[in-house]
Design a protein around this ligand. Structure first.
Ligand SMILES: Nc1ncnc2c1ncn2[C@@H]1O[C@H](COP(=O)(O)OP(=O)(O)O)[C@@H](O)[C@H]1O
Ligand SMILES: [Mg+2]
Length: 356
């Protein structure tokens, strides 16, 4: 099965080994120069994910394995590991474990998260990002589709295709970045610091704390010209800081807003600063919104206690809020609120869940 052969035309100094794999399906959601496949590896008798990057996308062959080498050097429990790297005639291939739960982006498409879940994933992402920065690297592509979830429900940072090493001034050149997560300073300068990752993490956290359509719709509205997006970012209008879901604690909103500060100097100086502040959030960890046809529905599940909170819009100005308890759905609260004070009252109900 595993045959080592001498191959002269490709790399005369190396032994060239044959590696077989059987493509099962394509799994990537996006990606301009690469495609991601679920494959069967007959050598190891396992399923793996193979990222195939078109050789034409590299300016020269010396950097064919740059991404693979960076991932290999940044080995950490919250970074997706590379199992091996190899090349075909047209592609560079990176093999990694298959995470069947998929990406954070796929998760956010099907459910909204409780504050407890948001904090847990954030601590994993930040732990991986701290190590990446410690290794003198800036990831430059932190976004929900580049965060994968393993079987233990832990978040891991993936896709080091844009990662760069910083110089002694703490800066790296970066001309290509993902527009939706571009930090505002990129519109003015080419050399960026790890503060770009802090902005991108802030946006990832923002997307965990808002409705799945919110960010996409805002982006569709503002994607006029780079100049206009930059202006809206500097005025703190993009992304919209008032779009957070009702269960998000004020402290968490403040942390996200600080990560999204237009000037890097006003953001957290390092990932550790964010980690410290996130760890002090204790409010309202267990409520999460679930889909419903009318109004809004929230579920609280913790310590064997189950609550359901239903918001019904009775007319333009007034809303009715019901709280049901346990599997029998016993009605324990039935209140009507003016729409203008609904959010405040919802939050009060959320944080009093332990007494209900
Ligand atoms: N190891 C993996 N397990 C499961 N899904 C993966 C894995 N690696 C990548 N994916 C899926 O493929 C997508 C693209 O992979 P990524 O490495 O981000 O490549 P690209 O550079 O094309 O964005 C991810 O967003 C994720 O949905
Ligand atoms: Mg990606």
């Amino acid at each position: 099965m595993f045959e080592v052969v001498k191959k002269t035309e490709l790399e005369s100094n190396f032994d060239i080994a044959k590696l077989g794999f059987m493509t099962k399906s394509e799994i990537g959601e996006e990606g301009k120069n690469s495609k991601t496949y679920l494959v069967y590896d007959p050598q190891l008798d396992t399923e793996l994910v193979l990222k195939k990057i078109d050789k034409k996308s590299f300016p020269d062959s010396l950097i064919y394995f740059k991404e693979a080498r960076i991932v290999y050097s940044a080995c950490h429990q919250n970074v997706v590991p590379v199992q091996y790297a190899c090349q075909t005639e047209d592609h560079i291939c990176l093999a990694m474990p298959y995470y069947k739960k998929g990406s954070l982006s796929q998760l956010l498409n099907v459910k909204t998260l409780s504050v407890g879940e948001i904090l847990r994933y954030s601590l994993h992402i930040l732990s991986g990002l701290h190590y990446i920065h410690y290794k003198g690297l800036v990831h430059f592509d932190i976004k929900p589709s580049n965060i994968l979830i393993n079987d233990a429900n832990e978040a891991l940072i993936a896709d080091f295709g844009l990662t760069e090493k910083i110089d002694q001034d703490g800066l790296a050149n970066k001309d290509v970045l993902y527009l939706k997560h571009m930090p505002p300073e990129r519109f003015k300068v080419d050399r960026l610091s790890k503060s770009a990752d802090i902005y991108m993490f802030g946006l990832t956290l923002y997307r965990m704390c808002t409705d799945k359509k919110t960010f996409q719709e805002q982006f569709e509205e503002v994607k006029l010209t780079h100049h206009q997006i930059c202006q809206l970012m500097n005025e703190k209008k993009f992304p919209d800081r008032s779009a957070y879901q009702a269960h998000i604690p004020r402290k968490l909103k403040k942390i996200i807003n600080k990560c999204l500060e237009p000037l890097p100097a006003n953001r957290y100086k390092s990932v550790l600063g964010i980690l410290n502040e996130l760890s002090s959030i204790e409010d309202n960890l267990w409520w999460r919104k679930v889909p419903t046809n009318t109004g809004e529905k929230w579920i609280y599940e913790h310590n064997e206690k189950i609550l359901e909170l239903i918001v019904e819009y009775t007319n333009q100005e007034r809303t009715q809020v019901l709280v049901l308890k346990g599997k029998s759905k016993k009605k324990i609260l039935n209140e009507t609120y003016e729409k203008s004070v609904l959010l405040d009252n919802l939050y009060k109900l959320f944080i009093s869940a332990d007494e209900l």
